[in-house]
Ligand binder design. Sequence first.
Ligand code: CU
Length: 333
Amino acid sequence: MKTIKTFGKTFGLAAVLSATAFAGAEAHVTFLDREAKQDSTILATLQVPHGCDGKATTEVRVKLPEGFVFAKPQPKAGWELEVIKGDYQKTYDNHGDKVKTGAIEVRWKNGNLSDDFYDTFVIQGKVSGVEAGTSLAFPVTQMCGDTVTAWDQVAKEGGDAHGLKSPAPLLKVVAGEDHGHDHDDMTGMDMSGMAGMAAAAPAGETVKAGDLEISGGFAKAMLPGQPVGGGFFTVKNNGKTDDRLLSVTSPVSGEVQIHEMETKDNVMRMRQLKDGIAIAAGETVKLEPGNLHLMFQKVKTPFKQGDTVPVTLTFERAGKVDLVLQVLSAQGK
Ligand SMILES: [Cu+2]
């Protein structure tokens, strides 16, 4: 089934200037290829690595920014497709035809994508009339029944995209010729964890550091094209003093963030915990899917089942602790 609706109003310009402001920023819903050449027709391939806390994704809505024109979504088996048309702000030339209207939003509806699975949603379109260096934002709404996750935040010009709780996926527009690819940019990589690798206990084993006992470490296998990986473990504080997990590094990842999932007003979001996680005296804190977790960004080689992922945890009191996470299946089993 395909329905076409028309919006009388134009959709606001979602372009963001100063792409350098986003260097190193990692959104959770991202494009497989985050760069597009000026005036080229591309397949904008959206990937949604997280489901909705165990619930299946049933609808994915993508708003298309000005400058991404003549858009056509790829139909997917098991999903209804709705294309919402509206006026462009500018007029675009399509092989000699002056075009003023087109798709401004695409919705894949009434599907059923298990939280255990990964999928991509593809829209063909042309990047037109956009200056090189501009990042186009595609606000996404992911719905799992009545749970709604809005990936729609855009940093102000010069602002820090890292601080955003649920950033919109971005497509960086680059000059048509001879642009440098920086997909493999690992300049942020921290090798400091390497030194401790030999000393770390075997994957999944319990590690003791001062009053802390860390156990059950695992990571989820990453599916092809998936940009980020999740890591989990349990920390028990046997002492009488509070501690805090401050930061995490890994030699296999450019950046490891500490995240939590939170549901507010029925909207589930991913949040980076910049102050880390409190490990109160006598308490046990569990990092687990759908809750607190490590998020591995800029992963060099996708995690495969059977691999191990060394991490160095830094605690306020217990100091640096080396841990090896066992890579389980993509379902974390
Ligand atoms: Cu996360």
